[in-house]
Design a protein around this ligand. Structure first.
Ligand code: CTP
Length: 411
C-alpha cells in the first residue's frame, strides 16, 4: 500500500488523531501510524498511560507528524492539548480501543488526554476494538457499542483469531490495513451530502378505527431514523416525517404524523424543494372508511370494518418527480426481488431497498437488516446482514452517486 493507493486518497492532507489505549495490540498501532503517514495524513498520536505499558511514546513520535502526547498537563507550549487536537482533527481513530476506553467514551468520562479529546471533537470517530471475547460479548460492552454506533461512531473489527494468553475468538484487533482503509472511507463520506435536502419517512402509520383503536403494522421506525441520522451526519438538511417517537440527530427537522394521509400531506407539500426522498415508512395501504366518533362497545357485537385505499405516497412522487432521487423500501416475505422490482417499476423509483422481513435479523424492531438494492437500470446488489446504521450509509452512498450523476446530466 502506498500513498498512491486511490482508496486512501481521502486521507491526504487530513489531520488525524491516532489514539492508542492500553491493550497488547497497542504495538500494531505503530503500523497504523506509519500507514496513515504514508497515505499523506497529518498524524497526531495520543497514548493513554496504560498504552505506554505496552509501547513507548517515542516510537510514535519518530513515525508521526508531531510528537506523541500522553498527558493533559505539563506542556507550557500546548496548554490545552485536548481542544487543540479535538477541534482541529478531521478524524479521531482509537486503535486498539479497549473495553475501558469504549465504556468511558459512552459515558462521556474525560479523565485523560485521549478521552478529553474524544469529548472535545466534532470530527468523525473510528474505533478499532481489541479485547478478550468474553469482554467483547459482555452485555455492557455490547450496549456501549450500540449506543456509540447510534451516535455515529464507526467501528472497524474486531476480527476473530488468536488472542493474548492463547485464547481464540472474536476480539482481535483488525489489521492495520483494514483500519486505515476504514479511516479513508469515513473521511471520504465526510460531509458528502452537504447542500442537499432530503426527506426521510419512518415508522408505521396508524389508521384510526375509533378514538382508541387503529389499524397498524409492526414497523418501529428504526430503519428510517437510522437513515435520517446518517444523512444529517453527512451534511444533508434532513426532514424526518415519522410516526415514531425515537430520537434523532439534533439537526434533523422532525415532523410527527400518525396516518397515511398526514404523511402524504407532509411529504408532498415539501417535495418540490427536495433533492431526494427516502420512503422507509411502512404506510398502511388501507384505512377504515368510517372512523367511529365514540369507542366501539363490545356489547354491540363484532364491528364490520370496511376499508378503503390510502393514497400511495411513493407512487405520487414517482409521477411528479423532476430532479429528485426517489428511494423506496419493499418489505416482503417471499419472492423478494421480483416483488421489489415490480414496485420499483410501478412507482418509478430510482432505488428500491428490498428485504425479507421474515428472515432472522431483518425487518421489524431489530437493529440489523439484510437487504438487496435494486436500481432502475435493473442492477441488483446483495448486501450483507449489517446494522441499520451501516445499511443507512450504504443506501446514502447510492443516493449520493445518483445525485452526482443527475448533476452531471444537468450541467
Ligand atoms: N408506500 C407509500 N404509500 C403507500 C404504501 C407504500 O409511499 N400507501 C411506499 C412505502 O413507504 C415503501 C414502498 O411504497 O417505500 C413500498 O411499500 P410496500 O408496503 O412494500 O408496498 P406496497 O406498494 O404497499 O405493496 P404491498 O403492500 O402489496 O407489498
Amino acid at each position: 500500500m502506498t500513498d498512491l493507493d486511490p482508496n486512501l486518497a481521502a486521507l491526504k492532507g487530513r489531520r488525524v488523531v491516532l489514539g492508542v489505549s492500553g491493550g497488547i495490540a497497542a504495538y500494531k498501532a505503530v503500523e497504523v501510524c506509519r500507514l496513515l503517514v504514508d497515505a499523506g495524513a497529518h498524524v497526531s498520536p495520543i497514548l493513554t498511560d496504560d498504552a505506554q505499558r505496552f509501547i513507548g511514546a517515542l516510537t510514535f513520535t519518530a513515525l508521526a507528524s508531531e510528537p506523541a502526547k500522553t498527558s493533559l498537563f505539563g506542556d507550557p507550549t500546548d496548554p490545552i492539548p485536548h481542544t487543540r487536537l479535538g477541534q482541529g482533527a478531521h478524524l479521531v481513530i482509537v486503535a486498539p480501543a479497549t473495553a475501558k476506553l469504549i465504556g468511558k467514551v459512552t459515558a462521556g468520562i474525560s479523565d485523560d488526554l485521549l478521552t478529553a479529546t474524544l469529548l472535545a471533537t466534532t470530527a468523525p470517530v473510528l474505533l478499532a476494538p481489541a479485547m478478550h471475547t468474553e469482554m467483547w460479548e459482555h452485555p455492557a460492552v455490547v450496549d456501549n457499542v450500540k449506543t456509540l454506533t447510534e451516535r455515529g461512531v464507526t467501528f472497524v473489527g474486531p476480527d476473530a483469531g488468536h488472542l493474548a494468553g492463547g485464547d481464540e475468538g472474536p476480539g482481535r484487533l483488525t489489521t492495520p490495513e483494514a483500519i486505515v482503509r476504514a479511516a479513508a472511507e469515513v473521511l471520504a463520506r465526510g460531509h458528502d451530502l452537504a447542500g442537499t435536502r432530503v426527506i426521510v419517512t419512518a415508522g408505521g402509520t396508524r389508521e384510526p378505527i375509533d378514538p382508541v383503536r387503529f389499524v397498524g403494522n409492526r414497523s418501529s421506525g428504526k430503519m428510517g431514523h437510522a437513515i435520517a441520522d446518517a444523512a444529517a451526519r453527512r451534511g444533508a438538511a434532513v426532514t424526518l416525517i415519522t410516526t415514531s417517537a425515537l430520537a434523532a440527530e439534533s439537526s434533523v427537522e422532525i415532523v410527527s404524523v400518525t396516518t397515511a394521509e398526514e404523511m402524504y400531506d407532509a411529504v408532498v407539500s415539501r417535495f418540490a424543494e427536495q433533492d431526494a426522498v427516502v420512503m422507509a415508512a411502512a404506510v398502511a395501504d388501507f384505512r377504515p372508511k368510517v372512523i367511529a366518533g365514540q369507542k366501539i362497545k363490545k356489547h354491540d357485537g363484532p364491528p364490520e370494518i370496511v376499508l378503503e385505499p390510502t393514497p400511495d405516497i411513493l407512487a405520487t412522487l414517482g409521477e411528479r418527480k423532476e430532479h429528485q432521487v426517489l428511494v423506496g423500501f419493499a418489505a416482503e416475505t417471499e419472492h423478494v426481488r421480483d416483488h421489489a422490482a415490480a414496485k420499483l417499476a410501478a412507482k418509478k423509483v430510482d432505488l428500491m431497498v428490498a428485504n425479507d422481513v421474515s428472515a432472522p435479523g431483518s425487518g421489524f424492531e431489530v437493529d440489523t437488516n439484510q437487504a438487496v438494492l435494486l436500481d432502475s437500470n435493473g442492477r441488483a446488489e446483495e448486501l450483507p446482514l449489517q446494522s441499520k446504521t451501516d445499511l443507512a450509509d450504504a443506501v446514502l452512498d447510492r443516493v449520493r452517486k445518483a445525485l452526482a450523476h443527475r448533476g452531471e446530466e444537468r450541467s
